[in-house]
Write a protein that binds this ligand. Structure first.
Ligand code: NDP
Length: 279
């Protein structure tokens, strides 16, 4: 398993399992399958309403707590000072954990400065090993860094072959913030990338699937990936990306698929903003 060093020295798996849009009743089994296959990082959020089932799967796995890396996220309606602490406690209770590996501000809306300072305190107290953000564009990220004590360890943003975030990646590198890809398979847009002739051809050459090529491409670019699947076979497939290497020319071909346009979670899109307010 490849691991990535965060800016505070904490090591994090480069591949994890995402549980967005897995129904609570299906989550325990899916996370159990993922842990069985070898995933050691799970990415959930208060707003996914399945933290409790993630916690159940962790306990049933028999794995030691220190073998696992658990990420959850604070939702925007909980950003005010006391709300943030209460929401953190709720998440910890639901997960059944006494410390968290990574806690993220889910979106850059509302009083995210207040929320960030609460996260800093929890980090200083040692209850959270690393803190980070999600859906922050480079400008907002730099602003947050400049006016606070702790630089986010990661920024989790929509990233896949069709929206590679090449410029954002450079800014994150400059500020030592790790790039974590959500929707690394493009969520509902996966067929647009899987049916691309270059992806299909490269997959054939390596005896891999288009999904594996899409994930391997990101991993080789030092991007952390958290593919989601509710199906055991695909959960296995998405983890089986450590035994091959894309060549420089294959990487270049795949790089040229970038439209540089977010399709899923652009925080600057007013409709997405309105939707987040009603969650
Ligand atoms: P993904 O890009 O992981 O795509 C998931 C879709 O791809 C599902 O429809 C899944 O179907 C399908 N799929 C999975 N594996 C394969 C495969 N090998 N071949 C073909 N199809 C496949 O989308 P997500 O939005 O789930 O993103 C991943 C994770 O990122 C989330 O689960 C969540 O943890 C995080 N996230 C964070 C956000 C944020 O704002 N911070 C926003 C969105 C996601 P099936 O399940 O039927 O296999």
């Amino acid at each position: 398993m490849k691991t990535i060093r965060l800016n505070n020295g904490v090591m994090m798996p480069a591949v994890g399992f995402g549980v967005y849009q897995i129904a609570p009743e299906a989550t325990e089994r899916a996370v159990g399958d993922a842990l069985e296959v070898g995933y050691r990082m799970i990415d959930t959020a208060a707003s996914y309403f399945n933290e409790e089932q993630v916690g159940n799967a962790i306990r049933s796995s028999g794995l030691k707590r220190e073998e696992l890396f658990v990420t959850t996220k604070l939702w925007v309606q909980d950003y005010e000072y006391d709300d943030a602490l209460r929401a953190f406690d709720r998440s910890m209770k639901a997960l059944g954990l006494d410390y968290l590996d990574l806690f993220l501000l889910h979106k850059p809306y509302g009083n995210y400065y207040a929320a960030w300072r609460e996260l800093e305190k929890l980090h200083d107290e040692g209850i959270i090993r690393a803190i980070g953000v999600s859906n922050f564009d480079p400008g907002r990220l730099i602003d947050l860094i400049e006016f606070n004590e702790i630089t986010p360890a990661v920024n989790q943003i929509e990233t896949h072959l069709l929206c590679q975030r090449q410029i954002a990646h450079q800014w994150m590198e400059k500020y030592h913030v790790r790039h974590m890809a959500y929707a690394p398979l493009g969520q509902g847009h996966k067929n647009e990338m899987f049916e691309n002739p270059a992806v299909a051809e490269i997959a054939k050459v390596h005896g891999k699937t288009p999904a594996q090529i899409a994930l391997r491409f990101l991993m080789q670019n030092d991007v952390i990936v958290i593919p989601k699947s509710a199906h055991e076979e695909r959960i296995k497939e998405n983890f089986n990306i450590f035994d091959f290497m894309l060549s420089a020319s294959e990487m270049e071909q795949l790089r040229s698929m970038d439209t540089a346009t977010p399709m899923i979670g652009d925080p600057e899109n007013p409709e997405k903003t309105e939707f987040a307010m009603t969650w």
